[in-house]
Design a protein. Structure first.
Length: 250
């Protein structure tokens, strides 16, 4: 109820902005408003405010054609995300699992239609992502994130996609093949979220800790056979040269 009486046919605005305090975890919401000339409390609004009375100030007609409506709002609450990361550790030729993703630190909670955000993964040099497996509605899929269009690009993981549906934690297993040793190689995990207002913790590294391939695996590699063939050829030439020298000496 306003202390100022409204004149018929006149337009008014509030003498001060209306302020609302959202719940601690609300990122967005809807405000409903209505206008009535009847001096009584509307149904469902039985709590009296504690602030100073809001006055009405005469203004130019804004062309309102209804006595009620809604306003979509976003709060100042944030949903801070930071990367989930791990090391890629193994021998050259191994395919290993590493869990990557985004951890929700709050305090806001994504419970409605808010954009869920994403995280992007650039693997370390010397590695190849062979699959990002997940299951959805009893069906197994090989790729839970969008693959880059070019080599060295980022895998984009949409947290609103089916790979993360019903997943309490927003992370997923990357299967990575270690192709070669690269000193100091590191990949990155970076989170993106429209409600994240703390950018300082949005990026983390993915270290590569690669050991040499075992001997049996190295022998299976085509380049190893080329090297062995070259060595064998050199040995044959050496034996022939020795035999020729012995023949001349006799």
């Amino acid at each position: 109820m306003f202390p100022t009486k409204a004149a018929p046919g006149a337009a008014y605005r509030t003498g001060a902005p209306l302020a609302y305090v959202a719940a601690g975890e609300e990122l967005s919401g809807t405000l409903s408003y209505s206008w009535s000339a009847t001096p009584e409390k509307p149904d469902g609004h039985t709590v009296r405010g504690t602030g100073a009375p809001v006055a009405l100030v005469r203004t130019v007609d804004g062309g309102f054609d209804a006595v009620h409506g809604t306003v979509e709002v976003e709060t100042t609450v944030q949903a801070d995300h930071r990367p989930v990361t791990g090391s890629i550790r193994g021998r050259v030729g191994d395919t290993v699992d590493v869990r990557l993703g985004a951890e929700d630190l709050g305090p806001g909670r994504l419970e409605g239609d808010e954009v869920k955000g994403r995280f992007e993964v650039v693997p370390p040099e010397g590695t190849t992502v062979t699959s990002i497996p997940y299951a959805f509605e009893e069906t197994d899929h090989a790729w839970g994130c969008a693959r880059p269009e070019r080599r060295g690009g980022a895998f984009v993981c949409d947290l609103g996609g089916e790979a993360f549906a019903g997943n309490g934690s927003a992370d997923i297993v990357f299967r990575v093949r270690i192709d070669r040793q690269v000193a100091g190689a590191r990949g990155t995990v970076r989170t993106y979220h429209p409600y994240d207002r703390t950018p300082g913790n949005d990026t983390a590294v993915i270290p590569l800790d690669a050991s040499p391939a075992p001997a049996y695996r190295a022998l299976r590699h085509p380049t190893a056979w080329v090297a062995l063939a070259a060595s064998a050829g050199a040995a044959v030439v050496l034996v022939r040269a020795v035999r020729r020298r012995r023949g001349k000496a006799g």
